[in-house]
Design a binder for this molecule. Structure first.
Ligand code: 7PJ
Length: 275
């Protein structure tokens, strides 16, 4: 399995490192500090074995308000430019805005990661023109209110249908199927029970025939199961990544790259044994 435009083969699972772009000062001093910090974080994640670095300037956490376009551009573009110049590892832009997709790809991003699966007006066209791969993620509702009353008939079947429809819409809009990845969107408009059922049934998504990307790292469902705060969820996050890979995930989006890379190395070593 491969994705057109990504220099990765999926013969073994890959780790996508999450880069936090801190929304601080836009003064010159503040900006340099923040790029410096981003470069340091990225350098560490690359050294630890990240295959992709994901950069987002729009918080999609539950309850988060939308970020205006100019602010999102100001946060991510300088960081993408600096990283693209400094590292070979592909940079992914986590955004739902067509304008940010275009500008980020011009600045050197080599993948689009959209938690709304290109559903904003103009997003399919922007992604189609960009020629980079796209991750289509499922979300029910909008970040500000999505955790209030999530509802599904059958969570796995409903999300399968949604992703399959979005893949069809992208293909109709000129995005070749071999540029697409899919993600069921853990934590995005899902209760604890929905998230657990989704993890249990994750293998079903392999039927779409596209690389499966998942983000479980530090998410509240792990807190709900373990009683741990967000800073204390490393063990559960690594376990979740391993469970996802066991069920067919090919990219795991994580904060703790080194620990996840180790866990997946063990998984790969056992998988490689010819029985
Ligand atoms: C995800 C994401 C995810 C993809 C975020 C967080 C929330 N992109 N962006 N999948 N989560 N593709 O990291 O807790 O699960 S932001």
């Amino acid at each position: 399995m491969f994705v057109s435009g990504l220099p990765l083969d999926f013969s073994s699972p890959r780790v996508m490192g999450v880069l936090n772009v801190t929304p601080d000062s836009f003064s010159d001093g503040g900006r340099f500090l923040h790029i410096d910090d981003a470069l340091r974080q990225a350098e560490e994640m690359v050294a630890e074995g990240a295959a992709i670095i994901d950069i987002g300037g729009e918080s999609t956490r539950p309850g988060a308000a939308a970020v205006p376009l100019e602010q999102e551009l100001a946060r991510v573009l300088p960081v993408i430019e600096a990283l693209a110049a400094a590292f070979d590892v592909p940079i992914s832009i986590d955004t739902s805005k067509p304008e940010v997709m275009r500008a980020a790809v011009n600045a050197g991003a080599r993948m689009i990661n959209d938690v709304t699966a290109l559903s904003s007006p103009g997003a399919i066209a922007a992604a189609a023109e960009s020629a980079v791969p796209v991750c289509l993620m499922h979300m029910q509702g909008k970040p500000r209110t999505m955790q209030q009353t999530p509802q599904y008939g059958d969570v796995v079947a409903d999300i399968m249908r949604y992703l399959s429809d979005r893949v069809a819409a992208c293909e109709a809009g000129g995005i070749a199927r071999n540029r697409l990845l899919v993600d069921p969107g853990f934590g995005f408009g899902k209760t604890k029970a929905h998230n657990l059922a989704l993890l249990k049934g994750l293998g079903t998504f392999q039927r779409l025939g596209l690389p499966l990307l998942v983000g479980l790292s530090r998410k509240s469902m792990l807190g709900a199961v373990t009683g741990r705060t967000v800073e204390e969820r490393l063990a559960a996050s690594v376990a979740a990544a391993l469970m996802a890979v066991e069920r067919g995930a090919r990219i795991v989006r994580v904060h703790d790259v080194a620990e996840t890379v180790d866990a997946l190395a063990l998984w790969q070593a056992v998988t490689d044994i010819e029985s």
